[in-house]
Write a protein that binds this ligand. Structure first.
Ligand SMILES: Nc1ncnc2c1ncn2[C@@H]1O[C@H](COP(=O)(O)OP(=O)(O)OP(=O)(O)O)[C@@H](O)[C@H]1O
Ligand SMILES: [Mg+2]
Length: 464
């Protein structure tokens, strides 16, 4: 119980040599909840729940003297949790128990070349042997339940990003707090389509029993495809905000091989969206590895800015089958309530196996800006729902392709003097320019085709 007052190395010595003697007379039992499971692979849920439970208790703040502070829920409050080796007591049905937060001390000194390497921690629960059943049953269950509930209410959502691992056992997700403002209300898209996606998501979150009944893992895959600037990443943020899920942004080019990918995926908690952006460019998933590599080598020489990324790409040995196995494995083995989202600008170039239904259950096309989507943007950016210029904008939008990102850029006031009318006029200019450009491109293309056709006719005549 008072282990923390004895030097740790001395404690290990005593424990090792007097273990049997001590346990014979010691009326107390100790249960340890490790932060990581024995194989160092998965973070123990119980550890996090105990942490939340203890942070949420008044006794913790009364009896512990050193705390770690964490900002919770939109930076409005802080949660205090015990520092290493602190001890707090708790009472359950008149029985006193003690919790100590321990830290694993390596028995041999470890020299690390890397700063901030992670120490493993554990919570030890101590209580009188007499109450073994009560404490290991009811009390521990109550702690875990309450901890889970506290974690849900205090939950500050996180955006995780995989970082290249330094060693096989290391946790390779790092996070920042997720505070993206996009919602389905601010997303510029035809309202019917938006509502259908929202409904699909809500149905998924409420579908625990349904998925169990049909014998399918409680996960869902979405494929978002469309040109750059049509809102694929914005849609992901809106999904995460709608469902209150964490986001795991998986950068495949930083993953060295299939094993590393597997260990990253199994470390993802439930209530999360796993995102693989730009799947076509992240890996060679089309099977045409040779051709692409040659193209890349040429590009590499030309474009020095891209060199770092290209070199990382070559280092990654993640394969299509590895990715598929991981996704299927993940879907069937771990807890559930996870969504995986792939985004791409080149849907036609993806391997069909990757996006077949069952893996990517819903394919969502992110289109160019339509009038309805423009009205959402006008409301977001200019706080107007109608204007005399809307009619002209509507007909121009029907005649040309422009992304919501370009519309948004034009609607943003460039100076304090710019009012809604000025911004709308800017947009009209941009639309007219886009229309002209498209016309010119179409003309050139037609000319080229005609030239090609004439050339082949002339060739045919010559050979006759
Ligand atoms: N549908 C949309 N609704 C609201 N805003 C949008 C939408 N599409 C684009 N935007 C605006 O344009 C910016 C770029 O959009 P976003 O990054 O979501 O596009 P993307 O499709 O992910 O592009 P890329 O393929 O290049 O990753 C966003 O920050 C947002 O402000
Ligand atoms: Mg994007």
């Amino acid at each position: 119980m008072f282990k923390q007052h004895i030097p740790r190395q001395a404690w290990y010595f005593l424990e090792k040599h007097c273990h049997k003697l001590v346990s014979l007379f010691n009326p107390y039992l100790e249960i340890t909840f490790y932060e990581f499971s024995i194989n160092n692979f998965l973070r123990n849920k119980a550890y996090s729940e105990i942490q939340s439970y203890l942070s949420g208790r008044e006794e913790t703040s009364l009896h512990a003297s050193r705390f770690k502070a964490d900002v919770i829920k939109d930076s409005r409050r802080i949660a205090l949790s015990m520092e290493d080796y602190e001890e707090v007591s708790d009472e359950y049905k008149g029985v006193r128990v003690w919790w100590v937060l321990g830290k694993k001390v390596p028995r041999t000194p470890v020299v690390s070349f890397y700063p901030g390497s992670y120490d493993e921690r554990d919570y030890t629960l101590t209580f009188h042997k007499r109450y073994r059943e009560l404490i290991t049953g009811d009390y521990v269950n109550q702690v875990l339940e309450e901890g889970k509930a506290i974690a849900v209410t205090n939950r500050q959502r996180k955006l995780y990003k995989n970082v290249p691992s330094r060693a096989w056992y290391e946790n390779t997700w790092s996070h920042v707090y997720f505070e993206h403002p996009a919602t389905f209300d601010t997303l510029a898209m035809a309202s019917k389509k938006k509502e259908a996606i929202k409904k699909d998501l809500i149905k998924f979150t409420e579908g625990k029993e349904y998925y169990a009944k049909i014998g399918k893992a409680w996960n869902r895959g979405y494929l978002l495809f469309g040109p750059p600037g049509t809102g694929k990443s914005t849609m992901i943020a809106a999904m995460a905000n709608c469902l209150n899920y964490d986001v795991y942004d998986l950068e495949l080019t930083s993953v060295e091989n299939n094993n590393e990918l597997r260990s990253l995926l199994v470390d993802i908690s439930s209530k999360s969206i796993i995102v693989i952006e730009d799947i076509y460019c992240s890996l060679d998933l089309s099977g045409k590895r040779k051709e692409n590599e040659e193209e890349e080598e040429v590009k590499e020489e030309k474009n020095s800015v891209k060199n770092v990324g290209q070199r990382r790409k070559k280092k990654s040995n993640v394969t299509l089958s590895g990715l598929l196995n991981c996704i299927d494995g993940l879907w069937s083995t771990c807890g559930g309530e996870r969504i995986i989202v792939f985004t791409t600008n080149h849907v036609d170039k993806l391997d069909p196996a990757l996006i077949r239904r069952g893996r990517m259950d819903k394919h969502i096309e992110m289109p160019y800006c339509c009038f309805e989507a423009f009205k959402v943007l006008a409301k977001n950016y200019l706080e107007i729902e109608s204007h005399e210029l809307f009619h002209e904008i509507g007909s121009l939008l029907g005649e040309t392709y422009i992304t919501p990102a370009d519309v948004a850029e034009n609607l943003m006031p460039k100076s304090d003097e710019d009012d809604a009318g000025t911004c709308l006029k800017n947009l009209i200019e941009a639309l007219k320019a886009a229309k002209e450009k498209a016309k010119k491109n179409a003309g050139e293309e037609a000319e080229l085709k005609a030239e090609e056709a004439n050339g082949s006719i002339a060739k045919g005549n010559a050979s006759n």
